[in-house]
Design a protein around this ligand. Structure first.
Ligand SMILES: Cc1cc2nc3c(=O)[nH]c(=O)nc-3n(C[C@H](O)[C@H](O)[C@H](O)COP(=O)(O)O)c2cc1C
Length: 364
C-alpha cells in the first residue's frame, strides 16, 4: 500500500484535490489493498474516556465525512478514526473549487462547508459495521440553514449515541458562518447541557453513554480559551480536541495562500501546539486533550504529547505522505520512549508544557 502510494501520488496530484480525495476513498473502499503492518507495542496503548486505544494516533474528521471507509483506515494502523462532520440533513457544501493543495508548504486550505450525506445515511453505514470493533468517533456539525444549531447537535448526539465510540461537537469549523460563536461561554454551556440531555435521553438497556468531546479552533484569545476550559471542567466534557484549522495566515509560499477557508498542515503546527499547552494549563491537566494540527512526522507527534496531548489526530500530512506515515510515527514514538526509558505515553503527556507555553522548542 505504501509503495503504491509513492507510485500513485504524482498521478493523484495531477487531479484536482477533491477528485483525488474521491478517488482515494473509492480505492480504499474497494478493499483491494493490503496495508503494511504498523508497529504494535503495549507502551503505545492509551486508556482515555473509558476507551482502550491500541495507539494514540487517530484520523482527524473531514477525511471520511460519510463513514465510507472507517474500517479501511483502522486497518492502515490508525488507533482510532473520527468520521464526519455530519449534519442532520444532507448538504452540498460550498461551491467548488473549495479545497486547495499548498504543495510548497505541504499544507491545505479548505472551505468545504460541511458537505455530507446527513444523519440517516451515515447512521446506516455505521450500523452496517457495528460489530467490527475498533474506535470510531462521530463528529457532529450543524446545517448551514438551521434555525436552531444547538438542536442539530442535540439531535446528532441522540441519533449516534448507541453507535459512536465517542461523540465530537465541532463548533470550530470556519466554513459555516457564525458557527464559531458557539464557542462563547453562555452559548457553550447551553450547547453542552442540551447535548448531554440528548445523550441521557437516548440511553438504552445497555446503559451506553458515548463520551462527549469538544473540538475548538486554534484562533481563540487567552480569555476565550480560559472560558472554554472552565465550562468544560464544570460540565464534565470528556475530552477536548485542540484544534481545527486556522483562519490566520502565517507566511506561506504557495500560490493558493490567499484562498478563503481553514489552513491545515505544518504551518498550523506551532499555533495549535501552543494552544494545546494553554488548554492543558487552563484545565490543570484534568481533562484529556487530543492534539491535532500540523502533525507530519514522529517528532511533531512527540511534541504534541509533550505539550499536553493524550491522543493525536492528523489529516493533511496524509495528502503528501500517504499511509506509510502512520507506521513511521508510531515507530518514532516507540524509539523516543526507549531513549527516555519511559514505560508508557502517559509519562510524556504534558512533560514539555511549560516550554510550549513559551512558544515551543527552537527548531533549526
Ligand atoms: C479537507 C478538510 C476537511 C475537513 N473537514 C472537517 C470536518 O468536517 N470537521 C472537523 O471537525 N474538522 C475538519 N477538518 C479539520 C481536521 O479534522 C483537522 O482538525 C485539521 O485539518 C488539523 O489537522 P491537520 O493539520 O493534521 O490536517 C478538515 C480538514 C481538512 C483538510
Amino acid at each position: 500500500m505504501s509503495r503504491l502510494f509513492d507510485f500513485a501520488r504524482p498521478l493523484l496530484h495531477a487531479f484536482s484535490p477533491e477528485t483525488a480525495h474521491d478517488l482515494t476513498i473509492a480505492t480504499l473502499s474497494s478493499g483491494l489493498f493490503r496495508a503494511d503492518p504498523v508497529p504494535r507495542d503495549v507502551r503505545l496503548h492509551v486508556n482515555c474516556m473509558g476507551l482502550d486505544f491500541p495507539n494514540p494516533l487517530g484520523l482527524a474528521a473531514g477525511f471520511d465525512k460519510n463513514a465510507k471507509v472507517p474500517d479501511d483506515m483502522l486497518r492502515l494502523g490508525f488507533g482510532f478514526v473520527e468520521i464526519g462532520s455530519v449534519t442532520p440533513r444532507a448538504q452540498k457544501g460550498n461551491d467548488k473549487p473549495r479545497l486547495f493543495r499548498l504543495s510548497d508548504d505541504r499544507a491545505v486550505i479548505n472551505r468545504m462547508g460541511f458537505n455530507n450525506d446527513g444523519h440517516p445515511r451515515v447512521f446506516g453505514r455505521l450500523s452496517d459495521r457495528d460489530d467490527r470493533g475498533g474506535i470510531v468517533g462521530v463528529n457532529l456539525g450543524a446545517n448551514k440553514d438551521s434555525d436552531d444549531r444547538i438542536a442539530d447537535y442535540a439531535l446528532g448526539a441522540a441519533v449516534f449515541n448507541k453507535l459512536a465510540s465517542y461523540i465530537t461537537v465541532n463548533i470550530s469549523s470556519p466554513n459555516t458562518p457564525g458557527l464559531r460563536a458557539l464557542q462563547s461561554k453562555g452559548e457553550l454551556e447551553a450547547l453542552i447541557s442540551r447535548v448531554r440531555k440528548a445523550i441521557d435521553g437516548s440511553v438504552e438497556e445497555d446503559g451506553r453513554r458515548a463520551p462527549l468531546v469538544l473540538k475548538i479552533a486554534p484562533d481563540l484569545v487567552e480569555d476565550e480559551l480560559d472560558d472554554i476550559a472552565a465550562v468544560c471542567l464544570k460540565t464534565k466534557v470528556d475530552a477536548i480536541i485542540v484544534s481545527n484549522t486556522t483562519i490566520t495566515r502565517p507566511p506561506l509560499k504557495s500560490k493558493h495562500r490567499d484562498e478563503a477557508g481553514g489552513l491545515s498542515g505544518p504551518p498550523l503546527f506551532g499555533l495549535s501546539t501552543v494552544q494545546l499547552a494553554r488548554m492543558h494549563s487552563a484545565t490543570n491537566g484534568k481533562l484529556p486533550l487530543i492534539g491535532a494540527g500540523g502533525i507530519s512526522c514522529a517528532e511533531d507527534a512527540w511534541q504534541k504529547l509533550r505539550a499536553g496531548a493524550s491522543l493525536l489526530q492528523l489529516y493533511s500530512a496524509l495528502v503528501y505522505q500517504g499511509p506509510q506515515l502512520i507506521g513511521d510515527i508510531l515507530q518514532g514514538l516507540i524509539d523516543r520512549m526507549d531513549a527516555h526509558g519511559f514505560s508508557g505515553l502517559h509519562q510524556v503527556t504534558g512533560s514539555g508544557r511549560d516550554e510550549w507555553l513559551k512558544g515551543g522548542p527552537s527548531r533549526e
